[in-house]
Design a protein around this ligand. Structure first.
Ligand code: NAP
Ligand code: HSE
Length: 430
């Protein structure tokens, strides 16, 4: 056994309080696992008067910069946001501390500065908790799959929107009702648009894509659509076709390393796809790699204790590195791939139309698809009076062609209303 390793926290909220509790409760086990005792030295917060059960009162301070530069072995950043978190992390690394963070927003906005500083100062930067909470996902991508070529990562990485969409699917509830319910349960972020407009999932998608494809990806590279336009009619149409709607984060390689496409949007997923059975606030990520094939990671994507579990896994890794004198793997972005626009993604669409019910209308509509080189896979027609409801699903086509098709359909006078349009993922061959 070597001398004690010191750990300090920047943040003592939902996640930080659980990290502090577990460091104290599991001290004897951690000492055995690391080969040295771990001592918590400080917890920086904003309001030192708030009660924080499980956090030793004597460790609480509001001087975050003093904590960051105290030269402890490991700084755990669980305060969130871009600043002052970035400055504090950079200061901690300059002072020789390894850093563990759960801060997806900062990593997706400016991970490059953090990785560069970690390399410069010879310290570790671990961030397992930043994507999908408790689920071990980044370490498998960074280490276990380092000898493989990842082709596609596709997942449910925002629990709040998955809870809302599951409720809409199970109960036929409207968006506004499930939003109010998620708010009452405290699921929504302080700024709900981070959840419902897809920005939280987009930050996680950027982090996943960078690790999976060894190339730099930031939040600005991610195409993003949220769930606020998903209607009860979309849910019903999905059910009729044997699908379920999920907010998916998708990162994929196009062609022979032509580039990567990273996107977040509501998608219809076949009910027999493993992601379809992920209900409530759970997360799951499906990875496809050249040699390993397909695999799925499933579990709790949020919450104090689950997220603290991932943070502590990183703390143990960083602590072991201190004991053995090594460093964990750094970020590799050697492949330097282009990030391609959404128009180049190959997807399928579902299109739900109200049309005039008279001879030749179907042919006109089929013509709009054919004009844009889009092949129709399934058509369902349901007549009502002198109008008909048409549900169409396409074969794979470029997103640009599919959009052009929908634009053309909107111009047809036989199309009374475009009721819904959504991408379809997870069908065999897609
Ligand atoms: P939180 O409950 O809001 O806690 C934030 C903590 O940071 C609070 O203790 C706050 O102090 C402190 N803080 C904020 N600004 C500060 C400043 N300028 N100086 C000193 N202390 C400051 O947030 P959280 O839910 O624990 O999330 C922390 C991080 O984990 C975020 O990056 C989040 O994205 C990530 N994360 C959270 C979850 C989750 O389920 N909660 C899941 C995955 C990842 P006060 O307590 O005095 O306000
Ligand atoms: N708002 C996020 C979610 C929290 O709902 O998944 C975890 O990152």
């Amino acid at each position: 056994m070597t001398g004690p390793l010191t750990v300090a926290l920047l943040g003592g909220g939902t996640v930080g309080a659980q990290v502090a509790r577990l460091i104290n409760d599991s001290a004897a086990d951690f000492e055995q696992r690391v080969g040295a005792p771990i001592h918590l030295t400080a917890v920086a917060v904003q309001d030192t008067t708030k009660p924080r059960p499980g956090v030793p009162a004597g460790l609480i301070t509001d001087d975050a910069m003093a904590v960051a530069t105290s030269g402890v072995d490991i700084i755990v950043e669980v305060m969130g946001g871009i600043e002052p978190a970035r400055s504090l992390i950079l200061a901690a690394m300059a002072a020789g501390s390894s850093v563990v963070t759960a801060n997806k927003a900062l990593l997706a906005a400016d991970g490059a500065s953090l990785h560069a500083a970690a390399a410069k100062h010879g310290v570790d930067l671990y961030f397992e908790a930043s994507v999908a909470g408790a689920i071990p996902l980044l370490r498998p991508l960074r280490e276990s799959l380092a000898g493989d070529q990842v082709i596609k990562v596709m997942g449910i990485v925002n629990g709040t929107t998955n809870y809302m969409l599951s409720k809409m699917d199970e109960e036929g509830a409207d968006y506004d009702d499930v939003f109010a319910e998620a708010e009452a349960l405290g699921y929504l972020e302080a700024d709900p648009s981070l959840d419902v407009d897809g920005h939280d999932a987009a930050a996680k998608a950027a982090i996943l894509a960078e690790l999976a494809f060894h190339t730099k990806v930031t939040l600005d590279d991610v195409y993003c659509e949220g769930i606020s336009k998903v209607t009860a009619a979309d849910i019903r149409a999905a059910q009729q076709m044997g699908f379920v709607i999920k907010l998916l984060a998708v990162a994929e390689i196009k062609g022979d390393n032509e580039g990567v496409i990273v996107r977040v949007h509501p998608s219809m997923v076949p009910r027999d796809h493993p992601l379809a059975s992920v209900r409530g606030a759970f997360n799951a990520v499906f990875i496809e790699a050249q040699s390993a094939g397909q695999m799925m990671f499933y579990g709790r994507g949020a919450g104090g204790a689950p997220t603290a579990s991932a943070v502590l896994g990183d703390v143990i890794s960083a602590a072991r590195n201190r004991v053995t004198g090594g460093r964990g793997p750094g970020q590799s972005t050697y492949s330097n791939l282009a990030v391609l626009p959404i128009g180049e993604a190959m997807t399928r669409y579902y299109v739900n139309l109200d049309v005039t019910d008279r001879p030749g209308v179907l042919a006109t509509i089929a013509g709009a698809f054919s004009d844009n080189g889009v092949s129709i896979q399934v058509v369902r027609q349901d007549g009502h009076g002198d109008e008909a409801g048409l549900l169409l699903r396409t074969h794979l086509a470029s997103d640009a062609s599919l959009r052009a098709t929908v634009d053309q359909l909107r111009e047809l006078d036989t199309v009374k209303r475009v009721v819904g349009v959504m991408r379809v993922e997870g069908e065999a061959g897609a």
